[in-house]
Design a protein around this ligand. Sequence first.
Ligand SMILES: NC(=O)C1=CN([C@@H]2O[C@H](COP(=O)(O)OP(=O)(O)OC[C@H]3O[C@@H](n4cnc5c(N)ncnc54)[C@H](O)[C@@H]3O)[C@@H](O)[C@H]2O)C=CC1
Ligand SMILES: C[N+](C)(C)CC(=O)CC(=O)[O-]
Length: 500
Amino acid sequence: MIKINKAACIGGGVIGGGWIARFLLAGIDVDVFDPHPDARRIIGEVLANAERAYAMLTGAPLPKRGKLTFCGSLEEAVVDADWIQESVPERLDLKRSVLAQIDAAARPDALIGSSTSGLLPTDLQQDMQYPERLFVAHPYNPVYLLPLVEIVGGEKTAMATIKAAMEKLPPIGMKGVHIAKEIEAFVGDRLLEALWREALWLIHDDICTVETLDDVIRYSFGLRWAQMGLFETYRIAGGEAGMRHFLQQFGPCLAWPWTKLTNVVDLDDALVEKIGQQSDEQAAGRSIRELERIRDENLVGILQALKGSNDGKGWGAGKLLKEFEHSLWAAGGKTKASSDLSQPLRLIETTVSPAWVDYNGHMTEHRYLQVFGDTSDALLRLIGVDLAYVEAGQSYYTVETHIRHLAQAKLGQAIHATCQVLSVDEKRLQVFHTIHDTAAGEAIATAEHMLVHVDTRAGKAIPAAAGVLEKAGSIAAAHAALPRPEGAGRHVGQKRWGTS
Ligand SMILES: NC(=O)C1=CN([C@@H]2O[C@H](COP(=O)(O)OP(=O)(O)OC[C@H]3O[C@@H](n4cnc5c(N)ncnc54)[C@H](O)[C@@H]3O)[C@@H](O)[C@H]2O)C=CC1
Ligand SMILES: C[N+](C)(C)CC(=O)CC(=O)[O-]
């Protein structure tokens, strides 16, 4: 994969801030220029929310966060970047002059993406000396969670630029779609604008309030659209007769006066105030950052559900997340545990995600096994059982587990897991893991596992490779000096009634 080495973000508002978080969390250094006096605070808050979301999104080993530098000038920010993302306000004159400035200061081979929601790249590249490297990279808010980027070239954009831009998105967890012809608002915003236009008329005409309108979306087709688009959904809606039948049945309605799509509502003061008031009521006092956190939790839950769909192969944005995690394991999966073997190894740091919480309001039991499983995986990578080892046909399988629940883990709580290796021989690895409350340090749960080394193709136990045994053996030898964990070797016991 062709990676971005250094990014520059010009404009760090809603969208620029999202790009900054996306790059930094993918391990890329980012230089930022935004003259807004509160730029550092705003970007800091967006980044904090993004980090919170990523802690819930994935247990895969994220690279070390990139370095964030605020620059005093645009020129300073772009000078050594290989991807420059312009996200200044949506005004053609402003964008043109900013892009000309970027063009003059950037490396000749730098890619220059514009976040514009609808301006034509041909218009944006007018004042550039090297317009062949300019393209639209239109993202969706929040940029750090939603993977799509519409890539649109202008008349002077080189095909090599489009190709390079498309290739650089998967390593940061994003999906580029190349829009074949430039058109104002591209594809996504054309669709959103049609919906928005209609929505504004429905509020204007007092057909419903903003809350009712939003309920209509989020309780119905909004749920559908996260996993299948318009056409796949309508194919199913055509029943066994499929898409052709659907078009025959519902196509004629398009000629009926069901929409006001071609009329533009007058956003006069009265309508702005009406929508503003209804929106304030709907928000019920929640701040934008609070709303962002709720949105992010929901998006994380949806992405995780999609990752597990389709017989575990993943579906849509969930499949992309699965592939992204696979690349993270392959690249950074070499667990960086402390070399201090005089303590149990601290292997997993995570946060209790909303999708992990059950009807009792705390982390549900199978998620403990997930964290313990991740801890075993981290240990395995540490001793050399990485993706290459597994793909070559050998691995460890867990054959026995005993979990104890000692305290509760609540939503959003930071937790970490440690591992003490109890014993190792040619085929077996016995480990004792503990999940801790990171703030208080107390143990929340423990798990003892027996793992057996297998030939995965033959499906039988075989000795592990010499290098693996050597690494596991040295950890086990050091851990033998530690006190045997309280709870090791326990089974599920039951006191008899009436005995003390
Ligand atoms: N807000 C959204 O939902 C989406 C916006 N976009 C596009 O992203 C771009 C930015 O929009 P937002 O982030 O929403 O706007 P915003 O108003 O939140 O942020 C714009 C930022 O640009 C900064 N800025 C202004 N002049 C500048 C200059 N000369 N150099 C550097 N920084 C400068 C401002 O201080 C501000 O922080 C627009 O082109 C917009 O169409 C794209 C997708 C979604
Ligand atoms: C409102 N908007 C046109 C700026 C929206 C977008 O461009 C995409 C999005 O995130 O909805």
